[in-house]
Structures are given as structure tokens and as C-alpha cells.
Write a protein that binds this ligand. Structure first.
Ligand code: TMP
Length: 209
């Protein structure tokens, strides 16, 4: 049996990840492909509890290193319990954020040492990397406006726009550094156009090799 394909979806807040994941699900349904959709931080009971710790706002918010280690702890659990077993069984995995978010938010946004992130990546993931990473790109001001309209803000959404400008720059740098794995989609276009761009991307990257 062929190993499943591992697809990750990335982008700043309010970029429309959920809507576009719904589109990808329909696309794969039409092709009768067996997949699961999951997210980071999260994806297992324990990892979702860690997510709550990361996103909640209280008097003892994590220092940067604690935040980074919590993210990779959740990731270790998620990979071993959900992602790897699915891929081994030939099931495709669509993951709402993965390690590129760590490079973008902790590396870019917080300015943490990317060498340290890379060491943790190797420790936690071994050779596991996404087969395709879709980076939904949108100017952070528009994204934040959308996110803020959704209601109560989490700990990341409360960051200033300057933070998200750095996050976006880091994502675009990742796309430049890993052009075979990553694709940037302009999420500022009208929804139908974004869906068409994603459909074309999936077709050319995954089904025409
Ligand atoms: P989301 O589910 O709305 O994407 O929220 C998850 C938040 O966690 C988002 O603000 C980005 C942040 N995050 C990191 O800072 N680093 C990471 O590695 C991941 C996966 C998410």
C-alpha cells in the first residue's frame, strides 16, 4: 500500500484556512481519497489540552522557551498517535498548521533562534516533513480584522500587527527556501478564485508528477 500524502495549510490569522480546508476535503472526496483533517497545536486529547494552555490568557503566560517546548510536546504526541499511523495506512493527512507555523510565529514573530527550532524539529519529527504546504497569503491587517470580528481573541490574536507582519515575512521566506514543497496562494482574491487556484495546485503538484 502507498503511504498517505501529508498536506499542511498555513497562514496568518483570518486568512481563511478553515474555508479552504473545506474546499480541499470536497476535492479529495470527489477523487475517493481517504483522508483525515487535523490541526496543530492539537489533534489528540492531550495535544488539545496543551493547545488550551498555549492559547488561553491568564496571569502566568508562558515564556518563549516554554511556549516552544509546549508546541513541540503537542507535536510529538500528534505525530506518533495520529499523523504517522494514518500515513502508514495510506490515509492522507490534511493538517491545519504544522512546523512552518513554529518557524513563522516563534522564529519570525518572536525572533527565537531558528537553529533551536530546527534541532527540535529533527528530534520530534525525524525525517517527517509535509509533502505539500499551502501557504495562504494575505496582508495581516485584513486577516486580523477578520479574526477580530470572530469574537473573543486568543493569546496570539492579541499580538500587534507588527508581530504578524514578521510572521508573514517568515512564511514567504519559507516558501522561497522550499519551493518544491511549498506553494503560496493569494488569499486576498475572491473566494471562488482562491478555490480555483488551490484546485490547480493540487492537480499539478500531486496528480501530474
Ligand atoms: P489557529 O487554530 O487559529 O491557527 O490558532 C493556533 C495559534 O497557534 C495561531 O495563532 C498560531 C499559533 N501557533 C504557533 O505560534 N506556533 C505553532 O507551531 C503552531 C502550530 C501554532
Amino acid at each position: 500500500m502507498n503511504r498517505g500524502i501529508f498536506i499542511t495549510i498555513e497562514g496568518v490569522e483570518g486568512v481563511g484556512k478553515s474555508t479552504n480546508i473545506e474546499f480541499i476535503k470536497k476535492y479529495l472526496d470527489n477523487l475517493n481519497i481517504d483522508y483525515l483533517v487535523t490541526r496543530e497545536p492539537g489533534g489528540t486529547l492531550l495535544a488539545e489540552n496543551i493547545r488550551d494552555l498555549l492559547l488561553s490568557i491568564d496571569d502566568d503566560s508562558p515564556v518563549e522557551l516554554c511556549e516552544l517546548l509546549l508546541i513541540f510536546s503537542a507535536r510529538a504526541q500528534h505525530i506518533q498517535k495520529v499523523i504517522e499511523p494514518a500515513l502508514e495506512r495510506g490515509i492522507w493527512v490534511i493538517c491545519d498548521r504544522f512546523t512552518d507555523a513554529t518557524y513563522a510565529y516563534q522564529g519570525g514573530g518572536r525572533g527565537m533562534n531558528t537553529g533551536l527550532i530546527s534541532e527540535l524539529e529533527t528530534m520530534v519529527q525525524g525525517s517527517l516533513r509535509p509533502d505539500l504546504t499551502i501557504i495562504l497569503d494575505l496582508d495581516p491587517e485584513t486577516g486580523l480584522r477578520r479574526a477580530r470580528n470572530r469574537g473573543e481573541l486568543d493569546r496570539f490574536e492579541r499580538e500587534h500587527v507588527e508581530f504578524f507582519i514578521k510572521v508573514r515575512e517568515a512564511y514567504l521566506q519559507i516558501a522561497t527556501d522550499f519551493p518544491k514543497r511549498c506553494a503560496v496562494i493569494n488569499a486576498g482574491k475572491e473566494l471562488g478564485e482562491v478555490s480555483r487556484d488551490i484546485a490547480l495546485l493540487l492537480k499539478t503538484r500531486l496528480f501530474e508528477e
